[in-house]
Design a protein around this ligand. Structure first.
Ligand SMILES: Nc1nc2c(ncn2[C@@H]2O[C@H](COP(=O)(O)OP(=O)(O)O)[C@@H](O)[C@H]2O)c(=O)[nH]1
Ligand SMILES: [Mg+2]
Length: 164
C-alpha cells in the first residue's frame, strides 16, 4: 500500500512499479480520489490511496510547509502569507539561491522580508500587485527555480528516537 501526504508522487511510483499508467497522476493535491488496486505480476497487488494529512496542525509552520510544497489545495490557504513565510525561510536558509534567481544584491538581502517582497513585486514587473508576486514565488519554489530545498530537518531528539 502506498500512503503519504498529497502530491508527493505516490501514484507515479506505483505506475512505474507496474510498468503501466493506470493510476491517474497530476501536479496538484486531490488527484487520486479513491483507493485503487494495481496488479504487479501474479503475486503482488499494490494499493494506491488518496493523500492523507493530519486532522489538525498544532504548529502553523507545518501548514506553511505543506502549502508551499503543494500538499494542500491552493484554495485553502492565503498565498500572501505562504509566500512571505517561504521568502523568509529562503532568506535564512538559501540566500544565494534567491540572489541568483531574482538578481538580488547585498543591500537587497538586508531588507525585511515584507520589504523584499514588495521590492520583488515591482522588480519582476507586477507593479503593486503583491498577490501576483506571491503566486509567482510559490510556483518558483515548487518548480525548482530556487533549487532543491528542504523545509524541515529532523531535530536531534527525533533522530535519536528513530535509532532506539
Ligand atoms: N520532480 C519529480 N516530480 C515527480 C516525481 N514523482 C512524481 N512527480 C510529479 O509530482 C506530481 C504528483 O504526482 P502524483 O503521483 O500524482 O502524486 P500523489 O498525489 O502522491 O499520487 C505529478 O506532477 C508528478 O509528475 C519525482 O520523482 N520527481
Ligand atoms: Mg495519487
Amino acid at each position: 500500500m502506498c500512503i503519504g501526504i498529497p502530491n508527493v508522487g505516490k501514484s507515479t511510483i506505483l505506475n512505474r512499479l507496474v510498468h503501466k499508467n493506470i493510476a491517474v497522476t497530476g501536479n496538484r493535491p486531490g488527484v487520486t480520489k479513491n483507493q485503487q488496486w494495481l496488479k504487479a505480476g501474479d503475486n503482488l497487488d499494490l494499493l494506491d490511496t488518496p493523500g492523507i494529512l493530519w486532522p489538525k496542525f498544532e504548529d502553523q509552520e507545518v501548514g506553511m510547509r505543506l502549502a508551499l510544497s503543494g500538499a494542500i489545495a491552493d484554495t485553502v490557504f492565503n498565498a500572501d502569507d505562504v509566500a512571505l513565510w517561504g521568502l523568509t525561510y529562503f532568506m535564512q536558509e538559501y540566500p544565494a539561491r534567491l540572489r541568483k534567481a531574482y538578481g538580488l544584491n547585498d543591500a537587497d538581502m538586508t531588507l525585511a522580508p515584507h520589504d523584499l517582497m514588495a521590492y520583488l513585486t515591482s522588480k519582476l514587473g507586477f507593479g503593486e500587485e503583491y498577490d501576483r508576486m506571491a503566486t509567482r514565488l510559490i510556483n518558483d519554489v515548487r518548480k525548482g527555480e530556487l533549487g532543491r530545498y528542504t523545509l524541515e530537518v529532523p531535530t536531534a531528539e527525533a533522530e535519536h528516537a528513530d535509532t532506539e
